[in-house]
Design a protein around this ligand. Structure first.
Ligand code: NOJ
Length: 562
């Protein structure tokens, strides 16, 4: 099925400027389980998303990225795919997907889908066949099976640890072999040296491209190729990168040179399709110059900028990250990207309310430090005026436009993240960022679904953040996002160039396309830039002053830009 006309309409409706759409797109992450539930089973679904397309279009974004909705036992919330070409019944049907895509395109929104190539589910037909076959069989060759160490093979083949805790190897019952899983034991790693694996995932790409998707978010893009011989490595294989000096992402399972050839092949496939299809790498790789290798000419178009997500709330640190990102991406002709939250990290409205703002705990529970909700939201509102003013492409995570905090007191028995269970609760995990969205304050599931059920509990505070409490309310976070997105488009900030200006300590000031952007990261007032105020994250009550933890866009010449 080729829906060229709708894709062309999408490009036209958004006033394409000649450059590829993804160079400056704002892409909104929909986490299908938690966005909107149409059938009342407590789990969000594709028809739920389709029903909210008008909301997404009104927000002023360019595209949505859908986290996985494929057939899956849901051992890792769908990042364990049992069939790459089927929609899981939890989320709907393939027809539901086609309808979603058609309606999104008709509303001028592009749609990118998640591709999970590093591993399948252990319930994928290939793994089922492998587990039932003998060591050395062709079925096992598509995964990373190895003999165990020790006399009877009772020790794992090497000392690699799973990102989710525990060993990265599980033993096949009654067998001398083990299989590698960098994540959960229900997520066996594929062997990307195998030609059948390459051919199959290329066919999967074509399957979704033929249906009309605009691109792919590539899961664990830095993990597909492992160093020859699978050498021991003492470190914990973390997903969220540590400090550069930590080297957590420099192990023999990460960022091997061989991954790039795979992406060059994929790029050739994408380029055979009309409509500027794209890929964005989820690669926890440092430094930025290494990350830039994923977006060289002929490879992917974008890579998530996790250095920005992880930056502390500090003007000098943020400026350094922004400068490094722009320079590294410019060197290879790729746009920089900016992201503050996703389904794997504590929501930034909460992170920014911690004593060390911008610290990155692996989840928060009732026993941990509780963020200052008011201060966190205040900073989050300032942060989005920074993010949306930067040249390049920005990613938003569903609910951040409402200022949603993390659920920081969720009881252990609700938690579903395999990282929580595999570490015996030592890692609190990611459930707190994945709570179903509040749409209407007064219904039992806060408008998430027709009934009261939600697959994770919503904290009481969510009622205050519901869409219907903010829609049309001047000064609400939702209206701030809508206004900033509108202005970003009007002033073409995504296509612009950034020119740093002198600033007081802990204040960031720059110009972009005639807009002056000032972000005051400190607690005390700073000077308000001259010019007419376009938007501010807080009321500007004192003439000439920008409050602490607040941001503003001003312009000297409004007329020329309409
Ligand atoms: C990254 C995804 O964002 C995360 O949610 C998942 O658990 C891992 N990759 C494994 O697929």
């Amino acid at each position: 099925m080729n829906n060229l006309p709708t894709q062309a309409a999408a490009a036209g409706a958004r006033g394409a400027t000649g450059a590829e759409w993804w160079r400056n797109a704002v892409i909104y992450q929909v986490y299908p389980r938690s966005f909107a539930d149409s059938d009342g089973d407590g789990i969000g679904d594709l028809p739920g998303i389709t029903a909210r397309i008008p909301y997404l279009a009104r927000l002023g974004i360019d595209a949505v990225w859908l986290s996985p909705f494929y057939r899956s036992p849901q051992a890792d919330a769908g990042y364990d795919v049992a069939d790459y070409r089927a929609v899981d019944p939890l989320f709907g049907t393939l027809e539901d997907f086609d309808r979603l895509l058609r309606q999104a395109h008709a509303a001028g929104l592009r749609v990118i889908v998640d591709l999970v190539p590093n591993h399948t589910s252990d319930e994928h037909a290939w793994f089922q066949a492998a587990a039932g076959s003998r060591p050395g069989s062709p079925e096992r060759a598509r995964y990373v099976f190895r003999d165990g160490r020790g006399k009877d093979g009772e020790q794992p083949p090497n000392n690699w640890k799973s990102v989710f805790g525990g060993s990265a190897w599980s033993r096949v019952p009654g067998d001398r072999q083990w299989y590698l899983h960098l994540f959960d034991r229900k997520q066996p790693d594929l062997d990307w040296e195998h030609p059948e694996v390459r051919a199959e995932l290329e066919a999967v790409l074509r399957f979704w491209l033929d249906r009309g998707v605009d691109g792919f978010r590539v899961d664990v893009a830095h993990g597909l190729i492992k160093a020859p011989g699978l050498p021991d490595w003492e470190r914990q294989a973390a997903m969220v990168g540590g400090d550069e000096a930590d080297g957590v992402n420099h192990g023999p399972m990460w960022d091997q040179d061989g991954v790039h050839e795979i992406y060059r092949g994929w790029r050739r496939i994408l380029d055979q399709y009309p409509g500027q299809r794209m890929m964005v790498a989820e690669a926890w790789v440092r430094p930025q110059s290494r990350l830039a290798r994923y977006v060289r000419a002929g490879e992917m178009q974008q890579a998530f900028n996790f250095d920005y997500l992880l930056a502390p709330w500090d003007a000098a640190a943020l400026r350094r990250v922004i400068e490094n990102s722009l320079a590294a991406m410019e060197a290879v002709g790729a746009p920089a990207t900016w992201v503050m939250s996703n389904h794997d990290t504590v929501r930034h409205a909460s992170r920014l309310g911690l004593r060390r703002p911008g610290a990155r705990p692996m989840g928060i529970d009732a026993a941990g430090e509780q963020p200052d909700e008011v201060l966190g939201l205040r900073r989050a509102r300032a942060a989005v005026l920074l993010t949306l003013a930067l040249p390049g492409s920005a990613y938003l995570y569903q609910g951040e436009e409402l200022g949603l905090p993390e659920h920081t007191t969720m009881a252990a028995h609700h938690r579903q993240d395999p990282a929580f269970h595999r570490t015996g609760g030592e890692e609190i995990g990611r459930d707190g960022s994945r709570v179903p969205l509040p749409w209407q304050a007064s219904t039992p599931s806060l408008g998430f679904g027709p009934g009261a059920r939600t697959w994770l509990p919503q904290p009481d505070s969510f009622a205050r953040y519901a869409v219907d409490q903010q829609d049309g309310v001047p000064g609400s976070t939702l209206e701030l996002y809508r206004e900033a997105l509108r202005l970003r488009r009007t002033y073409e900030l995504g296509q612009g160039r950034l020119r740093w200006q002198e600033a007081e300590p802990n204040v960031v000031v720059f110009d972009n396309e005639g807009v002056r952007v000032a972000v005051n990261l400190g607690p005390r007032e700073a000077a308000l830039p001259a010019g007419e105020v376009l938007v501010s994250s807080q009321p500007l009550d004192t003439p000439g002053r920008l409050p602490g933890n607040a941001a503003v866009w001003t312009v000297l010449d409004r007329v020329s830009k309409k």
